[in-house]
Ligand binder design. Structure first.
Ligand code: ASP
Ligand code: MG
Length: 422
């Protein structure tokens, strides 16, 4: 008997019919003798619907009081789907109970709309499991120290599931979703993209941080920190598929380079359209400048990604970085109002029509020339590289958004990702 956490995404929970299917699948696992904790997302479209209502009433608000109410609002989506799943499980003849984040409780910090989980008290859930119940815990939400409901950021149910699995030392966390695993790149852009049977945790982290929507990045961070055995698999297989077949399908996130792992130099091509570039021009080239710029941005809770500082001319330099596109306007006005005056810089300019494309692979650690091959492929396609950033296991470039698909296709082909590594 194992303790298993299942997570079902919004599409999988999208109608009562689908919820019934989820219930049948979970019932199959419970009847096979496993203790089951299930973490559902809201029914598909529900979170968007709720947030759009708030936006109708307050189109431009970003303050904390508003964030609090957004979380209060959005958290209802998961509360509804969780209760419906409990009802469907009961209809299957299984004892089942659902809990909202605050009832568990799942404790978070107070960063509304992007809160981080701090601790999970598993006493109640454990007692229910002992009593033979399937326990449903709402995804996406928690409770801060002042008793406010918080949410974990879009896609946050993945993180809830992995955090619950970590807190309970579950044997495995299975993320059921509308794709059947992690691919070498998005099959909508490259039809030849291939499903990976395994992907290392570090590669998954890079892919998740760069636009792959398969898993929310924080869920991958959690899995890495607590060594949660994590698998991404399809919720669209028939619910009565053989349980062993199901349990080995999809993509397993691995932690060690073992011999079973596919040995590719590049494992995947990630991309993100959600980037924007900001340049501060004419910055005096002296110590403390990067800190003043990036520090002010970070203090506003905005994540800075690729950074470059140009060579200086006559003691002045240009400093560029990327942020999430949704934070672009906020970052520019912050720089203009708060940073430029003290800095003696001349201007802030920006570009939202950019994207980031990355090649990712732990094999890059032991191979030279991988980045240069990437640059060659892009140059052969006539694509201009605006910024570059590298780590041990990835190389990212910022390019014009209009070349994104071309770049992804060309790189996928050049690194022969459509073929399984020998
Ligand atoms: N319902 C939330 C969202 O749409 C959380 C999730 O689905 O993971 O972002
Ligand atoms: Mg998701």
């Amino acid at each position: 008997m194992a303790l298993i956490v299942h997570k079902y995404g919004g599409t999988s929970m999208g109608s009562t019919e689908r919820i019934r299917n989820v219930a049948k699948r979970v019932a199959k696992w419970a009847r096979a003798g496993h203790q089951m904790v299930v973490v559902p997302s809201a029914m598909s479209g529900e979170t968007n619907r709720l947030l759009a209502l708030a936006k109708e009433l307050a189109p431009a608000r970003t303050d904390d009081a508003y964030g609090r109410e957004l979380d209060m609002l959005a958290a209802t989506g998961e509360q509804a789907s969780s209760a419906l799943l409990a009802i469907a499980l009961q209809a299957e003849g299984l004892a089942s109970v659902s809990y909202a984040g605050w009832q568990v409780p799942i404790r978070t910090d107070s960063a509304y709309t992007k809160a981080r989980i701090e601790s999970i008290d598993d006493t109640k859930v454990r007692a229910d499991l002992q009593a033979g119940r399937v326990v449903i815990v709402t995804g996406f939400q928690g409770l801060d120290e002042h008793g406010n409901i918080t949410t974990l950021g879009r896609g946050g149910s993945d993180t809830s599931a992995v955090a619950v699995a970590a807190a309970m030392k579950a044997d495995e966390c299975l993320i059921y979703t509308d794709v059947d695993g992690v691919y070498t790149t998005d099959p909508r852009i490259v039809p030849e993209a291939r499903r990976l049977t395994t992907v290392s945790f570090e590669e998954m982290l890079e892919m998740a941080s760069m636009g792959s929507k398969v898993l929310q990045i924080r869920s991958v961070e959690f899995a890495g920190k607590y060594k949660v055995k994590l698998r991404v698999l399809s919720s669209f297989t028939p619910w009565d598929i053989n349980i062993n077949e199901e349990a080995t399908s999809g993509t397993l996130i691995t932690f060690e380079e073992d011999e079973h792992m596919e040995q590719a130099i590049v494992s995947g091509i990630a991309f993100s359209r959600e980037e924007a570039k900001i340049s501060v021009l004419g910055v005096p080239d002296k110590p403390g400048i990067a800190y003043q710029i990036v520090g002010a941005v970070a203090d506003a809770n905005i994540e800075v990604d690729v950074i470059i500082q140009n060579i200086s001319k006559e003691g002045k330099t240009d400093f560029s970085f990327t942020v999430n596109r949704a934070e672009y306007a906020k970052t520019v006005s912050l720089l203009k109002d708060k940073v430029l005056p003290g800095l003696g810089a001349t201007e802030v300019v920006g570009d939202t029509k950019i994207c980031k494309v990355s090649i990712v692979g732990i094999g890059m650690r032991s191979h030279v020339g991988v980045a240069s091959k990437m640059f060659r492929v892009l140059s052969e396609e006539g694509i201009n590289i605006q910024m570059i950033s590298t780590s041990e296991i990835k190389t990212s470039v910022v390019i014009d958004e209009k070349y994104m698909e071309l770049a992804v296709r060309a790189l996928h082909k050049a690194f022969e990702l459509e073929q399984a590594p020998a």
